[in-house]
Every structure is written in C-alpha cells, then in structure tokens.
Design a protein around this ligand. Sequence first.
Ligand SMILES: C[S@@+](CC[C@H](N)C(=O)[O-])C[C@H]1O[C@@H](n2cnc3c(N)ncnc32)[C@H](O)[C@@H]1O
Length: 262
Amino acid sequence: MQTKFGIRRNFARRAGTYDAHAQVQRYMAAELLGLSAEAVRQARRILEVGCGTGYLTRELRRLNAQALLVAVDLDPALLQAARQKLNGDTRTAWLAADGEAITRGRFDLIISNSAFQWFSQPAETLANYARCLTPGGRLAFTAVGPGTFPELRRSLEQAAAELKTAGPDLAAARFPGDSDWQRLLEQAGFAHIRVQRHTLTVYFPSPQAFLKSLQATGATNPVPRPLSPRLFRAMLTAYHARFALNGAIPATYELIWAEARK
Ligand SMILES: C[S@@+](CC[C@H](N)C(=O)[O-])C[C@H]1O[C@@H](n2cnc3c(N)ncnc32)[C@H](O)[C@@H]1O
C-alpha cells in the first residue's frame, strides 16, 4: 500500500536521527507509562505495536523483567536499533510486520506509543486486538491527534491565499481524534474505555528548525506533496510573522491517550 510504504520509508530514513529529535514522543511515552505502569508490571505477555527505535520497549522491560515481549514495527532498520537498545534481551521477539496485520496471539497487554494515528484500518485493527487480548487484558496507546500543528496549517493557508494557489493538506488533519478513538474502541467491543486529549506546545528558534526537527523524526507526510519554493518561502514568512514570540516559534501537538479493557 502506497501510504504504508511511505510511512515505513519516512521512519526508516530517520532511524539515525530519530532519538535526538523525538522529545515529544518521549514525553508521550512517559505519560503512557505513568498511566499504565501497573498493567505493564502485571502482564505476562505484551505486544508493542510500532516500537520504532525501542524507546518505549526499553522502558517496558525496565518495568517488567519477566514478561514475554513481542515488539513489532514496519521497518527492520528501526527494529535493529531497538534490538541494540535492549542489548540481547532474550525475552523479546522482534517482528518486522504491519501491526495492523496481527490477527492472532494471546496478550495481556497491547501497548503503543505514537503509532496508531498512522493506521489505515483502525476499526478492523482494534477488533483484532480485542480478540488477541486475554479476558481482562488491556489496550493502552497514545496517538497524535488531528489538531496537531495548527500554526503550520494556518501559515500554509495564509501563504496559499496570498499566492492564490492551493495549499497541501497536512497528514495530521486525517488522524482520528479523541471522539473517533472512543467510538472505534466501543465498536471493537472494548470496556472501561478512557480517552483523554490535551495539547502540548514546543518551541523552536525558527520555522525552519521546527520543520527540520520534524523531518528528523520521520513524522512527515507519507505521500509527499512538495511545496513550490514560492509557497514554502511565503509559508515561512507567514509562520514567523504570525506566531513568533520572543525569538521563538510554537508548534502545538494534540496528544491523545487511551486505555481500554477486553
Ligand atoms: C513516531 S514513531 C514512534 C516510535 C516508538 N513507539 C517511540 O515511542 O519512540 C512511529 C512508529 O510506528 C511505526 N508504525 C507506523 N505504522 C505502523 C504499522 N502499521 N505497523 C507497525 N509499525 C508502524 C513506524 O515505523 C514508526 O517506527
């Protein structure tokens, strides 16, 4: 699938720079672990979807030394980085696969940090995950929401209007929101559903620095729609003029956290 190929390619290209730029993803992982630590400690079999370079995987292992852990990611290069981080851990199985294709297994906990927003079939995937959980088992995940990067969206809209051209959509606009996840979890048959959202604003010295950092994490549009140089320059100018404050520009994330039980 074109989009999934693009997601994998974007993240794989950034395997070497991801860790240095993934502050927001680390923040999300810390929040996820803070809220799900007990479920992690109690689980005997854990599936982690979209493990990337293994930041959350290592924390899961710190919290639970005994559990059998299956860590899945679309890309083998990322899995290799994760495997190195866990330093020969023999109770972790590494699987290069589409996490949406997992339809069988027996897990007490399915957990994921900042990956579910990329799903192409979230309804089917959540229903499969519900089937893979043991009775009382938990699903816990964070995801980036559709309200992410409003500053970039408005700057693009302004630049496109000024140049009388069409601006491209941001990938984030198509991500499910908190009420979508609530509905999807209900439809998949989960109980005790809790979904929360909040925003987090991070600051960069310039719009260019923000875009560079975003690129370094691979979290860019899976189907590239390059801006014309004119539109790109106009967007940078608009971003700076509208949003710069004391020499810094903001980039706001909408972060979603969800937990549910079978
Ligand atoms: C933003 S990174 C997060 C990585 C890691 N969870 C962390 O906390 O640092 C998103 C990861 O999800 C993976 N991913 C996206 N869609 C996926 C899918 N359908 N199946 C497996 N992995 C997927 C990407 O390859 C990427 O490594």
